[in-house]
Design a protein around this ligand. Structure first.
Ligand SMILES: Cc1cc2nc3c(=O)[nH]c(=O)nc-3n(C[C@H](O)[C@H](O)[C@H](O)COP(=O)(O)OP(=O)(O)OC[C@H]3O[C@@H](n4cnc5c(N)ncnc54)[C@H](O)[C@@H]3O)c2cc1C
Length: 177
């Protein structure tokens, strides 16, 4: 998002990261970590917000009773849970790969794609469910959550770039044998 200009930068040989000519590997390893871990905190926040949303909708009622009795409401909550659970499992798998020393860049891209899209979807769903209260930040500021999570769709590579990584992995696994 900005221009980096390197002008007469002399770096001592002792400052080399990895081995000379292995820069791509250093970058790929950093991306594997970043795409795996970057959004984990947002996932936790989304899970917390989902819980607050359930409580708020339970307590909010019309003349017939709690909002939660409407399936249009409860099913949206259930879908939020499913999206977050799936994203969490994919993040765990990507982190497990790092722990095991597996350079599985596609698993990291899959986790990043799934988590970034799940947290945006959940912020959007939460806002629709709480409507005016969500806009006003009561009990969750979903308008702010939406703005916060949206950047996750681009940071560490856009969704299209994650799909490119996954596509290359898919093709190398099935076409290049
Ligand atoms: C909140 C936030 C935090 C960030 N933090 C950092 C940071 O800490 N460090 C850092 O270095 N950068 C950071 N970034 C920058 C981020 O990595 C870039 O914005 C991102 O990689 C996209 O690059 P770009 O903005 O240049 O978009 P472009 O590369 O110009 O892409 C424009 C559009 O073209 C599409 N596109 C580009 N190439 C392809 C392709 N091959 N196939 C299909 N579609 C393609 C993209 O998906 C996008 O829709 C951050 C961005 C955000 C939003």
């Amino acid at each position: 998002m900005g221009i980096v200009k390197l002008d007469r930068c002399r770096i001592p040989a002792t400052a080399v990261l990895g081995r000379p000519r292995a820069g791509l590997k250093v970058f790929a390893t950093a991306m594997q970590w970043e795409r795996t871990c970057l959004l984990a905190g947002f996932l936790g926040a989304a899970e917390r917000d989902l819980g607050l949303c359930v409580r708020k909708l339970h307590d909010r009622s019309d003349r017939e009773g709690s909002m939660l009795r409407h399936q249009a409401v409860s099913h949206r909550l259930a879908r939020m849970q499913v999206k977050l659970d799936g994203a969490r499992l994919l993040a765990h798998r990507a982190a497990w790969n790092i722990d095991q020393g597996h350079a599985d860049y596609a698993a990291a891209a899959t986790a990043k794609l799934a988590v970034s899209e799940a947290i945006v979807d959940c912020a959007q769903d939460g806002l629709r469910l709480l409507a005016g209260a969500g806009w006003c930040g009561e009990p969750v500021d979903f308008a702010k959550a939406l703005a916060d999570t949206y950047g996750g769709l681009f940071a560490s590579g856009t969704s299209e770039i994650q799909l490119e990584v996954i596509t290359r992995h898919l093709q190398s696994g099935h076409l290049e044998k």
